[in-house]
Design a protein around this ligand. Sequence first.
Ligand SMILES: Cc1ncc(COP(=O)(O)O)c(C=O)c1O
Length: 338
Amino acid sequence: MNQLPHTLTTLPRLSLAKLPTPIDKLAKLSQQLGGPRLLVKRDDLTGLATGGNKTRKLEFLIADALQKNADAVITAGGPQSNHCRQTAAAAAIAGLDCHLVLGGPPQPPIGNLLLDQLLGATIHWTPKPQRNARMSELAAAMEADARRPYVIPVGGSNSIGALGYVAAMFELVGQLEEQGRGVDRIFFATSSGGTQAGLVLGARLAGFTGRITAISIDQTPDDHSEEKFLADVCRVANGAAELLDSDQQLTVSDFETNYNYLGAGYGVVGDLERDTIQLLARTEGLLVGPVYTARAFGAMLDQIRHGQFHPGETWLFWHTGDETALHAYADDLVGGTG
Ligand SMILES: Cc1ncc(COP(=O)(O)O)c(C=O)c1O
Protein backbone atom coordinates (compact mmCIF):
# COMPACT_ATOMS: atom_id res chain seq x y z
CA MET A 1 0.00 0.00 0.00
CA ASN A 2 1.18 3.52 -0.69
CA GLN A 3 1.62 5.77 2.31
CA LEU A 4 -1.35 7.66 3.74
CA PRO A 5 -0.87 11.32 2.76
CA HIS A 6 0.44 13.16 5.80
CA THR A 7 -2.13 15.90 5.22
CA LEU A 8 -4.96 13.39 5.69
CA THR A 9 -3.79 12.87 9.25
CA THR A 10 -3.44 16.58 10.00
CA LEU A 11 -6.68 18.02 8.60
CA PRO A 12 -9.38 18.67 11.25
CA ARG A 13 -11.33 15.46 11.91
CA LEU A 14 -13.85 14.67 14.63
CA SER A 15 -13.93 11.03 15.64
CA LEU A 16 -17.49 9.81 15.03
CA ALA A 17 -17.04 6.42 13.37
CA LYS A 18 -16.13 3.02 14.74
CA LEU A 19 -13.24 2.11 12.47
CA PRO A 20 -12.11 0.02 10.77
CA THR A 21 -15.44 -1.42 9.68
CA PRO A 22 -15.33 -5.20 9.20
CA ILE A 23 -15.05 -7.02 5.91
CA ASP A 24 -17.43 -10.01 6.01
CA LYS A 25 -17.54 -12.97 3.66
CA LEU A 26 -20.83 -13.82 2.00
CA ALA A 27 -19.88 -17.49 1.76
CA LYS A 28 -23.35 -19.00 1.47
CA LEU A 29 -24.50 -16.54 -1.15
CA SER A 30 -21.29 -16.91 -3.17
CA GLN A 31 -21.75 -20.66 -3.22
CA GLN A 32 -25.42 -20.41 -4.13
CA LEU A 33 -24.69 -18.08 -7.06
CA GLY A 34 -21.65 -19.95 -8.35
CA GLY A 35 -20.05 -16.62 -9.23
CA PRO A 36 -17.19 -14.60 -7.78
CA ARG A 37 -16.23 -14.82 -4.11
CA LEU A 38 -18.30 -12.09 -2.43
CA LEU A 39 -17.19 -9.83 0.40
CA VAL A 40 -19.02 -6.96 2.06
CA LYS A 41 -17.40 -3.89 3.63
CA ARG A 42 -19.68 -3.10 6.55
CA ASP A 43 -20.01 0.70 6.54
CA ASP A 44 -23.53 0.10 7.79
CA LEU A 45 -21.67 -0.48 11.08
CA THR A 46 -19.83 2.87 11.23
CA GLY A 47 -22.01 3.87 14.19
CA LEU A 48 -23.68 7.31 14.58
CA ALA A 49 -27.42 6.67 14.95
CA THR A 50 -26.86 3.18 13.50
CA GLY A 51 -24.35 3.78 10.68
CA GLY A 52 -23.78 4.48 7.02
CA ASN A 53 -21.41 6.19 4.63
CA LYS A 54 -22.14 9.72 5.85
CA THR A 55 -20.38 9.05 9.18
CA ARG A 56 -17.04 9.11 7.40
CA LYS A 57 -17.82 12.35 5.53
CA LEU A 58 -19.20 14.01 8.66
CA GLU A 59 -15.97 13.40 10.57
CA PHE A 60 -14.35 16.00 8.29
CA LEU A 61 -17.40 18.23 7.71
CA ILE A 62 -18.37 18.67 11.35
CA ALA A 63 -14.72 19.22 12.31
CA ASP A 64 -14.60 21.99 9.69
CA ALA A 65 -17.83 23.48 11.08
CA LEU A 66 -16.37 23.51 14.59
CA GLN A 67 -13.13 25.03 13.37
CA LYS A 68 -15.15 27.81 11.73
CA ASN A 69 -16.90 28.35 15.06
CA ALA A 70 -20.34 27.42 13.71
CA ASP A 71 -23.23 27.05 16.12
CA ALA A 72 -25.62 25.26 13.76
CA VAL A 73 -25.60 23.06 10.68
CA ILE A 74 -28.04 23.16 7.79
CA THR A 75 -28.35 20.39 5.26
CA ALA A 76 -30.92 18.89 2.89
CA GLY A 77 -32.19 15.59 1.56
CA GLY A 78 -35.24 13.46 0.89
CA PRO A 79 -37.75 12.62 3.64
CA GLN A 80 -35.95 9.29 4.24
CA SER A 81 -32.44 10.74 3.88
CA ASN A 82 -29.73 8.75 5.64
CA HIS A 83 -27.43 11.74 5.29
CA CYS A 84 -29.89 13.92 7.24
CA ARG A 85 -30.29 11.30 9.99
CA GLN A 86 -26.54 11.02 10.41
CA THR A 87 -26.01 14.79 10.27
CA ALA A 88 -28.61 15.22 13.04
CA ALA A 89 -26.71 12.70 15.17
CA ALA A 90 -23.31 14.28 14.48
CA ALA A 91 -24.69 17.74 15.28
CA ALA A 92 -26.08 16.46 18.58
CA ILE A 93 -22.66 15.06 19.51
CA ALA A 94 -20.91 18.30 18.52
CA GLY A 95 -23.42 20.51 20.35
CA LEU A 96 -24.66 22.19 17.16
CA ASP A 97 -28.27 22.95 16.24
CA CYS A 98 -29.38 20.98 13.22
CA HIS A 99 -31.76 22.23 10.50
CA LEU A 100 -32.89 19.76 7.85
CA VAL A 101 -34.48 20.94 4.61
CA LEU A 102 -36.47 17.94 3.40
CA GLY A 103 -37.99 17.73 -0.05
CA GLY A 104 -41.73 17.39 -0.39
CA PRO A 105 -44.85 17.82 1.72
CA PRO A 106 -44.76 16.73 5.39
CA GLN A 107 -44.72 12.98 5.94
CA PRO A 108 -45.44 10.72 8.92
CA PRO A 109 -42.55 10.21 11.38
CA ILE A 110 -41.35 6.76 10.40
CA GLY A 111 -37.93 5.37 9.43
CA ASN A 112 -35.21 8.00 9.17
CA LEU A 113 -37.69 10.83 9.62
CA LEU A 114 -38.62 9.52 13.07
CA LEU A 115 -34.93 9.35 13.97
CA ASP A 116 -34.29 12.93 12.71
CA GLN A 117 -36.92 14.14 15.15
CA LEU A 118 -35.67 12.03 18.06
CA LEU A 119 -32.19 13.43 17.39
CA GLY A 120 -33.53 16.95 17.85
CA ALA A 121 -33.36 18.28 14.30
CA THR A 122 -35.67 21.07 13.12
CA ILE A 123 -37.40 20.04 9.89
CA HIS A 124 -38.18 22.49 7.05
CA TRP A 125 -40.42 20.96 4.37
CA THR A 126 -39.69 22.44 0.94
CA PRO A 127 -40.45 21.38 -2.64
CA LYS A 128 -37.47 19.34 -3.86
CA PRO A 129 -36.24 21.77 -6.57
CA GLN A 130 -36.11 24.59 -4.01
CA ARG A 131 -34.04 22.84 -1.35
CA ASN A 132 -30.76 24.65 -2.08
CA ALA A 133 -32.45 28.05 -2.20
CA ARG A 134 -34.20 27.27 1.09
CA MET A 135 -30.88 26.36 2.73
CA SER A 136 -29.40 29.69 1.63
CA GLU A 137 -32.45 31.57 2.93
CA LEU A 138 -32.25 29.83 6.28
CA ALA A 139 -28.54 30.55 6.56
CA ALA A 140 -29.09 34.24 5.73
CA ALA A 141 -31.90 34.53 8.29
CA MET A 142 -29.76 32.91 10.98
CA GLU A 143 -26.78 35.14 10.19
CA ALA A 144 -29.04 38.20 10.44
CA ASP A 145 -29.85 36.90 13.92
CA ALA A 146 -26.13 36.76 14.86
CA ARG A 147 -26.05 32.96 14.52
CA ARG A 148 -23.21 31.07 12.76
CA PRO A 149 -24.70 28.42 10.46
CA TYR A 150 -22.58 25.95 8.47
CA VAL A 151 -24.22 24.68 5.30
CA ILE A 152 -23.49 21.08 4.27
CA PRO A 153 -24.51 20.31 0.66
CA VAL A 154 -26.91 17.46 -0.14
CA GLY A 155 -25.23 14.16 0.69
CA GLY A 156 -22.23 15.91 2.27
CA SER A 157 -20.71 15.68 -1.21
CA ASN A 158 -18.05 18.32 -1.40
CA SER A 159 -14.28 17.90 -1.33
CA ILE A 160 -14.09 18.04 2.47
CA GLY A 161 -16.69 15.27 2.81
CA ALA A 162 -15.00 13.16 0.13
CA LEU A 163 -11.87 12.99 2.31
CA GLY A 164 -13.77 10.47 4.44
CA TYR A 165 -13.78 8.03 1.54
CA VAL A 166 -10.16 8.70 0.62
CA ALA A 167 -9.32 7.57 4.15
CA ALA A 168 -11.77 4.65 3.79
CA MET A 169 -9.94 3.35 0.72
CA PHE A 170 -6.64 3.38 2.63
CA GLU A 171 -8.44 1.49 5.41
CA LEU A 172 -9.69 -1.14 2.93
CA VAL A 173 -6.32 -1.59 1.24
CA GLY A 174 -4.63 -2.00 4.65
CA GLN A 175 -7.20 -4.63 5.70
CA LEU A 176 -6.82 -6.55 2.45
CA GLU A 177 -3.04 -6.58 2.84
CA GLU A 178 -3.34 -7.82 6.41
CA GLN A 179 -5.76 -10.55 5.38
CA GLY A 180 -3.73 -11.52 2.34
CA ARG A 181 -6.69 -10.95 -0.01
CA GLY A 182 -7.13 -9.27 -3.34
CA VAL A 183 -10.33 -7.63 -4.59
CA ASP A 184 -10.97 -7.46 -8.33
CA ARG A 185 -14.06 -5.33 -8.27
CA ILE A 186 -15.98 -3.02 -5.90
CA PHE A 187 -19.68 -2.16 -6.22
CA PHE A 188 -21.55 0.51 -4.27
CA ALA A 189 -24.49 2.94 -4.57
CA THR A 190 -23.83 6.45 -5.85
CA SER A 191 -26.13 9.45 -5.65
CA SER A 192 -24.62 12.85 -4.87
CA GLY A 193 -21.19 11.42 -5.80
CA GLY A 194 -19.00 12.25 -2.79
CA THR A 195 -18.44 8.62 -1.85
CA GLN A 196 -17.46 7.82 -5.44
CA ALA A 197 -15.11 10.83 -5.62
CA GLY A 198 -13.36 9.79 -2.41
CA LEU A 199 -13.09 6.10 -3.29
CA VAL A 200 -11.68 6.68 -6.75
CA LEU A 201 -9.17 9.28 -5.56
CA GLY A 202 -8.33 7.06 -2.57
CA ALA A 203 -7.74 4.11 -4.89
CA ARG A 204 -5.31 6.15 -6.97
CA LEU A 205 -3.46 7.38 -3.87
CA ALA A 206 -3.42 4.05 -2.02
CA GLY A 207 -2.51 1.97 -5.08
CA PHE A 208 -5.76 -0.05 -5.34
CA THR A 209 -5.97 -1.35 -8.89
CA GLY A 210 -9.33 -3.21 -8.92
CA ARG A 211 -12.31 -1.95 -10.91
CA ILE A 212 -14.67 0.41 -9.05
CA THR A 213 -18.27 0.38 -10.28
CA ALA A 214 -20.75 2.89 -8.91
CA ILE A 215 -24.41 2.01 -9.35
CA SER A 216 -26.47 5.15 -9.81
CA ILE A 217 -29.64 4.97 -7.80
CA ASP A 218 -31.22 8.26 -8.83
CA GLN A 219 -29.62 10.06 -11.76
CA THR A 220 -31.96 10.35 -14.71
CA PRO A 221 -31.22 12.25 -17.91
CA ASP A 222 -34.02 14.67 -16.99
CA ASP A 223 -32.87 15.86 -13.62
CA HIS A 224 -29.13 15.42 -13.80
CA SER A 225 -27.32 14.70 -17.04
CA GLU A 226 -24.71 11.99 -16.96
CA GLU A 227 -22.01 14.31 -18.21
CA LYS A 228 -22.70 16.96 -15.60
CA PHE A 229 -22.77 14.36 -12.84
CA LEU A 230 -19.38 12.95 -13.80
CA ALA A 231 -17.90 16.43 -14.18
CA ASP A 232 -19.14 17.29 -10.65
CA VAL A 233 -17.75 14.07 -9.14
CA CYS A 234 -14.43 14.70 -10.84
CA ARG A 235 -14.31 18.29 -9.57
CA VAL A 236 -15.05 17.11 -6.00
CA ALA A 237 -12.30 14.47 -6.24
CA ASN A 238 -9.74 16.95 -7.60
CA GLY A 239 -10.71 19.42 -4.88
CA ALA A 240 -10.04 16.72 -2.30
CA ALA A 241 -6.65 16.03 -3.91
CA GLU A 242 -5.85 19.73 -3.54
CA LEU A 243 -6.85 19.72 0.13
CA LEU A 244 -4.37 16.87 0.54
CA ASP A 245 -1.62 18.81 -1.27
CA SER A 246 -1.51 15.98 -3.80
CA ASP A 247 -0.79 16.62 -7.45
CA GLN A 248 -3.13 13.79 -8.56
CA GLN A 249 -5.63 15.01 -11.13
CA LEU A 250 -8.47 12.72 -12.19
CA THR A 251 -10.52 12.97 -15.36
CA VAL A 252 -14.10 11.85 -15.99
CA SER A 253 -12.82 8.70 -17.67
CA ASP A 254 -11.47 7.54 -14.29
CA PHE A 255 -15.04 7.09 -13.01
CA GLU A 256 -17.31 4.19 -13.93
CA THR A 257 -21.02 4.78 -13.24
CA ASN A 258 -23.75 2.36 -14.26
CA TYR A 259 -27.20 3.87 -14.93
CA ASN A 260 -29.00 0.65 -15.90
CA TYR A 261 -30.75 -0.07 -12.62
CA LEU A 262 -32.85 3.04 -12.01
CA GLY A 263 -36.12 1.08 -12.10
CA ALA A 264 -39.13 3.33 -11.69
CA GLY A 265 -36.98 6.11 -10.19
CA TYR A 266 -35.49 7.30 -6.91
CA GLY A 267 -36.92 5.61 -3.85
CA VAL A 268 -39.38 3.43 -5.77
CA VAL A 269 -39.05 -0.16 -4.62
CA GLY A 270 -39.43 -2.72 -7.39
CA ASP A 271 -38.75 -6.45 -7.76
CA LEU A 272 -34.98 -5.88 -7.93
CA GLU A 273 -34.87 -4.22 -4.51
CA ARG A 274 -37.50 -6.45 -2.86
CA ASP A 275 -35.91 -9.70 -4.07
CA THR A 276 -32.42 -8.54 -3.10
CA ILE A 277 -33.49 -7.55 0.42
CA GLN A 278 -35.15 -10.93 0.96
CA LEU A 279 -32.32 -12.94 -0.58
CA LEU A 280 -29.63 -11.31 1.56
CA ALA A 281 -31.72 -11.43 4.72
CA ARG A 282 -32.63 -15.06 4.25
CA THR A 283 -29.24 -16.30 3.04
CA GLU A 284 -26.81 -14.26 5.10
CA GLY A 285 -28.95 -12.58 7.79
CA LEU A 286 -27.75 -9.26 6.33
CA LEU A 287 -30.05 -6.26 5.98
CA VAL A 288 -29.77 -3.83 3.09
CA GLY A 289 -31.96 -0.75 2.68
CA PRO A 290 -34.72 -0.18 0.13
CA VAL A 291 -33.42 2.94 -1.62
CA TYR A 292 -29.64 2.63 -2.05
CA THR A 293 -28.00 -0.61 -1.04
CA ALA A 294 -30.68 -3.05 -2.27
CA ARG A 295 -30.60 -1.43 -5.72
CA ALA A 296 -26.79 -1.46 -5.90
CA PHE A 297 -26.47 -5.00 -4.56
CA GLY A 298 -29.25 -6.13 -6.92
CA ALA A 299 -27.29 -4.64 -9.82
CA MET A 300 -24.22 -6.63 -8.79
CA LEU A 301 -26.31 -9.81 -8.57
CA ASP A 302 -27.71 -9.14 -12.03
CA GLN A 303 -24.21 -8.93 -13.48
CA ILE A 304 -23.24 -12.19 -11.77
CA ARG A 305 -26.36 -13.93 -13.07
CA HIS A 306 -25.49 -12.75 -16.57
CA GLY A 307 -22.03 -14.31 -16.21
CA GLN A 308 -20.17 -10.99 -16.31
CA PHE A 309 -17.25 -12.16 -14.16
CA HIS A 310 -14.06 -14.13 -14.58
CA PRO A 311 -13.55 -17.40 -12.71
CA GLY A 312 -11.70 -17.03 -9.41
CA GLU A 313 -12.50 -13.31 -8.99
CA THR A 314 -13.34 -11.65 -5.67
CA TRP A 315 -15.94 -8.87 -5.62
CA LEU A 316 -16.61 -6.55 -2.71
CA PHE A 317 -19.89 -4.78 -2.04
CA TRP A 318 -19.41 -1.58 -0.06
CA HIS A 319 -22.46 -1.46 2.24
CA THR A 320 -23.26 2.22 2.74
CA GLY A 321 -25.97 1.66 5.37
CA ASP A 322 -29.65 2.48 4.91
CA GLU A 323 -31.59 -0.22 6.74
CA THR A 324 -33.18 2.45 8.95
CA ALA A 325 -35.45 3.29 6.00
CA LEU A 326 -36.86 -0.26 5.78
CA HIS A 327 -39.82 0.46 8.06
CA ALA A 328 -40.93 3.35 5.89
CA TYR A 329 -41.27 0.89 2.98
CA ALA A 330 -43.08 -1.90 4.84
CA ASP A 331 -46.03 -1.96 2.46
CA ASP A 332 -43.78 -2.26 -0.59
CA LEU A 333 -41.66 -4.95 1.03
CA VAL A 334 -44.16 -7.30 2.64
CA GLY A 335 -47.47 -6.00 1.35
CA GLY A 336 -48.66 -4.74 4.72
CA THR A 337 -49.73 -8.19 5.91
CA GLY A 338 -46.66 -9.01 7.97
C1 LIG B 1 -27.14 4.51 2.12
C2 LIG B 1 -26.55 5.38 1.09
N1 LIG B 1 -25.72 4.81 0.19
C3 LIG B 1 -25.13 5.53 -0.78
C4 LIG B 1 -25.38 6.89 -0.88
C5 LIG B 1 -24.69 7.62 -1.98
O1 LIG B 1 -23.63 8.34 -1.48
P1 LIG B 1 -23.20 9.69 -2.22
O2 LIG B 1 -24.30 10.67 -1.97
O3 LIG B 1 -21.92 10.05 -1.59
O4 LIG B 1 -23.10 9.38 -3.67
C6 LIG B 1 -26.22 7.52 0.02
C7 LIG B 1 -26.51 8.95 -0.12
O5 LIG B 1 -27.33 9.53 0.47
C8 LIG B 1 -26.83 6.75 1.03
O6 LIG B 1 -27.65 7.29 1.93
